[in-house]
Ligand binder design. Sequence first.
Ligand code: ARG
Ligand code: ZN
Length: 886
Amino acid sequence: MTAMREGTPRIVRREDYAPPAYWIDTVDLTFDLDPAKTRVLNRMRVRRNPDVPAQPLRLDGEELNLARVLVNGQGASFRIDGSQLVLEALPEGPEPFELEIFTTCAPEKNTQLMGLYVSQGTFFTQCEAEGFRRITYFLDRPDVMATYTVTLRADKKRYPVLLSNGNLVESGELDGGRHYAKWVDPHRKPCYLFALVAGDLVCRSQPIVSRHGTEHLLQIYVRPADLDKTEHAMQSLMAAIAWDETRFGLPLDLERFMVVATGDFNMGAMENKGLNIFNTKYVLANPATATDTDYANIESVVAHEYFHNWTGNRVTCRDWFQLSLKEGLTVFRDQEFSQDMAGSPSARAVKRIEDVRVLRTVQFPEDAGPMAHPVRPDQYAEINNFYTVTVYEKGAEVVRMMQTLVGRDGFARGLKLYFERHDGQAVTCDDFAQAMADANPDSELARRLPQFKRWYSQAGTPRVHARGHYDAEARTYTLTLRQSCPPTPGQPVKEPFVIPVAMGLLDAQGRALPQTERLVVLHEPQTTLVFEGLDAAPVPSLLRGFSAPVILEHDLSDDELRTLLAHDTDPFNRWEAGQQLALRRALAAVRADGPVHDPLDAPFLEAMRAVLRHPTLDAAFKELVLTLPAETYIAEQLDAVDPQRIHAVREAMRRQLAHALHEDWIWAYEQHKDNGAYRPDPVSAGRRALAGLALQMLCLAARDNGNPVWPGKTYQRFKDATNMTDRYAALSALVTAGHELAARALEQFHARFRDEELVLDKWFALQAGAPDRGGDALPRVQALLQHPDFHLRNPNRARSLIHTYCHANPAGFHRADGAGYAFWRDRVLELDAFNPQVAARLARALDRWKKLAEPYRSAAQAALQAVAAHEPLSTDVREVVTRALA
Ligand code: ARG
Ligand code: ZN
């Protein structure tokens, strides 16, 4: 396998970028599709890049069998150098020449799911980032853009549907039961956006007319049994198209826009021009099989891939270091879309809180660990390791800060200028920031652009330290804000960032103080603000809406935090105040000596009760406030992490909430359990979420008092539920509480959904993530590994069991005997032998091993060393474990 290399992998550096020595203007591909041996005829029109000194043409290729190379129709001399095909004696001068390359490959043996592969009898491709080289020899880099003509030939019975990018221009019969289809994509594109699909699929079709009167055909292709699960994805696609036209004036530029779903996919989805390929998880939904979370994810991923058509495809990346140019921007766009779809200010805030929760529980740890890298990385061994929460989610925060600094209209102007300048080009993050600044010359962004761009070049989460002082005599309030950023690998010293801090002041009763709302833009290490004419000490509400991706350190008292929780006009900070109160209690209990008991005090519980019973707050918001900070988030605040202790503390807090608010949970459940016919809108989803949390709490309380009433009701609800959200919530309440009815419910759930792959993934994941009781999580996971429905080769299934256990069940995974790490080591190596990308994601479960207390730390280190010492090892996994051990 070519992905397996011995020794130190080659490091690719951003500063080494050089333009290509040749351009490829047109590509004409003919595929004879056969799972065992697919023939690929690649005819390119190539010319020398006049701006670069003459040199040989070096084409990338991987796992290809080369049969023929012709230059202008004549046999050409070539050599193979490592994985490259090198052509030296090419025609001189600027004239284009024809290069014809004939290769074969074996899609059915492609277990990495990069390039051309077979999933359940259907051919699919995945080319981003460097998969096209596994299909044919090519200049596999995003700054080489060509127009593509693609002819697909295959057996008609087995592969009745033949799809590629662009427009279908011809199709017909061939001898021997075969047929063909010819597709032409009029848009120039980099090869990572190439795609083909061939198989026995059906589609939901939807003709639409745009605001400008142009007609388009939208299609979603799935296996015949899944056609009843495509309506929501189609609705989401239509909404996304309309939104991009209205908000940014960006229309659909294709006659035909296709989405195809596959059950075997390494990531979420892929924005191939006009032919998006999706993981089934982000397409298929009906009320019986998908939860509210699935519905929301589908809406945002369908939109995300669609938005890439402009931000990614029309304007693409010059090199892979610029990945956030398209990903950060497109995540920002899909987040804004979901907020606009959510509608009410409070539903928007819920979406914002959910996004920030992901950032803080996943990206902040990444930015503080061995894999920390700037939003625009400086180097990589394997680019697939850099499709990270930093490039995506932190990248989106950087774009969001730009919008905050230039305003919503200014941002739309900046995007317009960006397309005017760069449509059809492969550009850099600098080009994007420059367009934003140039379109808003009087903005704080334009004034401080070079400094603002440190968000692209410096890794690590900045800290903003706030100290307030009230002077009663002078009636002034002085607020001092200091910023700093810890060192990260390769970056020992950081320069100050430009940090927009949205803020306001409240009085002690929680009323907003007039004229104190503002956007403070920090750019110096320290900034002091003075507010005048105040009759009493105010309560500051800082970093409203999470206006910058930083850690805010303040010295607010519990009373002040409770004031914010009860009264702040900013819903984000209301939620955040509740999280801070909970976090303080969790940390105090974790740090205390002796057995854990009752970390929560009466004032905290009363504040939570007040939120739960609040007459006007939305159910979705209440559910977020009443959910305690995650164990991994608590762990990040500590220097020596004992995952067992953290788990014990958080569980003790949950049980206190369950008992102290018992009557309130019953009330909440009864008030929110009935929502009529299933609709996935945010209001009814929020009600279901709160009812689900109430059931969790009621089952948890029942565990202690032995009262069978609520587990019984929960089990009944599990059986009677009319949608997956309610059914799964009831099942999960029983499983999480460890109730004896859980086993029976799990069995029934399996029997009922044995033919629904995505539901079985939930079934595995629920058990893999269930709280550890006396070390029972690992044996449970090991048993499930032997289950006839467990398939290691299917990425979704592997992730549902193995990744869930290693990444999302800290107390089950971090065992004092190190058995969780040994399990991790064995699964990483097992996966790495056939799918390095999936293995490398799993490998990252031990990123934070240096923070662990003993005996975890040494056991984790030993497991990492064992993986690092293994031969062979993919570049992907090698990079992750080498950085972890460094
Ligand atoms: N561009 C895809 C997206 O929309 C993801 C592709 C990920 N590719 C990879 N090799 N990891 O986010
Ligand atoms: Zn993307």
